[in-house]
Design a protein around this ligand. Structure first.
Ligand code: FE2
Length: 257
């Protein structure tokens, strides 16, 4: 079984990359199940209902979120019916959404859980290390965690914490793909960050000039960069319930598919 995980889809440029390449990737890698992090899919922050439906139409079977889950307020209107959506399990308790879901694929029960990191993130979130314990011994054959956080070291440590009970810890949020993919102790696929699917010539998706202006101390809004697109993803290969390979995909004007 092969599972594709697409890194943070950002804006219309990221959605266009999914539309342009997902079918071809599925054919080339013989993908059986598709997951995408979509917390930046609508204008860089949040997820409008029409874009949730776009991903359903494209064949994305599970969608994970992150720190921008509720930035588009209309999500409160459709989140209860969005049965492919997974929100962070350690977000503040008053917020709605399903924090861990099981999907059926080729007779296997695939659990997908979303986790927010703690370092340099919103301090209102609960500890990922304390709260993940409630999800490790539930019913499933394969458990994949989207670890949405800033710090690579925290992601590495978390993966080692859960490696005996989880088949993959895939980092998201930084928008920069890392080259540290591995199978930890032959048990748990890991990468610090899958990378961004969005504007390639950008500061993690934002217009570079506007970010320079901010870094010089002036006020400037974050503007989505107008650029050619990039798609970042990983392919996980399973033999029965065991993960045996993790392979990076990066497609942009410097890395052709
Ligand atoms: Fe994020």
């Amino acid at each position: 079984m092969k599972i594709l995980f697409i890194g943070d889809v950002m804006s219309s440029i990221g959605r266009d990359m999914v539309e342009d390449y997902l079918y071809r990737i599925k054919q080339q890698y013989q993908i059986d199940f598709v997951i995408a992090n979509v917390e930046n899919a609508s204008h860089g922050k949040g997820l409008l209902k029409k874009h949730y439906e776009f991903f359903v139409f494209q064949g994305v079977q599970a969608m994970t979120m992150g720190n921008h889950t509720f930035d588009k307020k209309e999500i409160f209107d459709y989140i209860d019916e969005a049965n492919r959506l997974i929100v962070p399990m350690n977000q503040p308790r008053a917020l709605p959404g399903t924090k861990s879901r099981v999907f059926d694929c080729l007779g296997k029960k695939i659990r997908i859980t979303s986790v927010l990191g703690s370092a340099f993130m919103d301090t209102r979130n609960g500890s990922p290390f304390e709260m993940i314990d409630d999800y490790l011994d539930l019913e499933h054959d394969i458990h994949i965690i989207d670890y949405h956080g800033e710090a690579t070291s925290e992601k590495v440590v978390f993966a080692h914490y859960v490696k005996d009970k989880v088949q993959a810890v895939l980092g998201t949020h930084t928008h920069v793909q890392t080259a540290d993919e591995k199978i930890i102790d032959g048990k748990c696929a890991f990468i610090s960050d899958v990378g961004m699917t969005g504007p390639y010539r950008s500061a993690i998706g934002c217009d570079i000039d506007s970010v320079i202006t901010r870094m010089k101390g002036f006020h400037a809004p974050f503007i989505i960069a107008e650029s050619s697109g990039q798609l970042c993803a990983v392919v996980l290969t399973f033999e029965d319930n065991k993960v045996v390979d993790i392979e990076r995909i990066m497609i942009n004007e410097d890395h052709s598919f």
